[in-house]
Write a protein that binds this ligand. Sequence first.
Ligand SMILES: Cc1ncc(COP(=O)(O)O)c(C=O)c1O
Length: 469
Amino acid sequence: MSLTQQLFLTLREKILSQQLLVGSRLPASRILAKDLGVSRNTVNSVYEQLRAEGYVNSREGSGFYISEQLPQFDRSPHIAKGKPVQDWPPLSDYGHQLLKRSGGHGSKPKDIANLPFSVGLPDFQAFPIKIWQQLIRRHSDRPVLMGYHSYQGYAPLRNALADYLNVSRGLKCRPEQIVITQGAQQGLALCAQLLMNPGDTALVEEPGYSGARKALISNGINLQAVTHGDNGINIGALSEGEYRLLCCTPTHQYPMGGILTASERLQLLQWAERNRCWIVEDDYDSEFHYYSQPIAAMAGMAERTPVIYMGSFSKTLLPGLRLGYLVVPEHLVGVFVEAKAFSGGETPLLTQAVVADFIEEGHFYRHLRRSRKLYQQKWEHMQRLCEKHLAGIMTPVAQSAGMHLALVFNHQQVDDRKVCQEFAMKGFGGSPLSSYYHSSRSQKGLVLGFANTSEGERVKGIKTLSQLL
Ligand SMILES: Cc1ncc(COP(=O)(O)O)c(C=O)c1O
């Protein structure tokens, strides 16, 4: 900070904390300047600023005095630090709930979210950073990307996405149906706000994505868990009833990896039609299948079904981009765009323009092909390591390929949360399988992200885990 700023803040602090008393006179500028070894101009400009902001008054010919109008209580910023929580104005009920649940910290500390085996990270080293930088340079000085643009999303990105989704994910959508979001998480929050009322019941997969549960709960929605069948959500366990929304991952169940058969997917669509229930199809990482080619999304299987398709670039590019998308029925585009305008507003334009060209020029498809191959090798390596070091202790769920491996403890008494805490202390991430459950009927195990690990980290990590267990 400049000397002027430093002196201003110091004097203001002394006035607010009443170290300089109301009505007292500030030292003459000539003397203070000499004492501090600064120019008299510096002191004069600080006194003028204090006067302009109302902290001091000037009296003709006799200097500056601390204002009599300042109310008498300690307003110094430092007292806020020690203030007991109950002395602050109250939070909303929702704020209280979150405070209680998170203990006042954000949900996942950054250092745990980005360790080897932390779930959901793509391989940062494999990201084509040079091409990305070229595209950023291409767009960074375009005035059209510097202002406000469109809540729905940058049109060239929606065009490129519609092509990708129709060709690679089997959808039949038009660019006009796409709403770009700040990650899937914003998409989920919009669905929760627009498709349900507080107090309604939503169905969620068990085990399933905690981000979906949180988005629903935070909008006052009750959850009912649907159990897991052989291939993912147990269609036979779906009862007929007053459900407004079902959130699911039909082409790559999260985190167990199963794929619903075509017949199960059609039954699910029929159930939704019959019960007038929305389905949010979360297509988070369906590009990464190793037993077969990627399976087309359920949203493309039948026209005019109540499916909201949700995608994200968090796995296919980088989670740090915070870029996702919804494909919604045409009659709902307006209302989704309006709600997005109220919660979060526009999505950063430069990122959208770069991703549009990245897809349009073929880099996205190449990156997906390479990543699929790379992750398959890493997955096979993980399987070998688990067979060698964890046999008899944990059993890998073979289908849970993609970017993570789910492992179930052979003895279900093991406390998987404690194992994760101890594994984190050794420098490794991963999530307890029980944290993917809404009800208390959880299976105990671990979910280990492998896409962003090196060979050495995998070897060291699995050996460490084996010793720990
Ligand atoms: C099942 C599932 N859906 C969606 C997402 C993507 O969320 P976002 O786009 O908000 O990063 C994730 C990320 O971990 C996920 O695991």
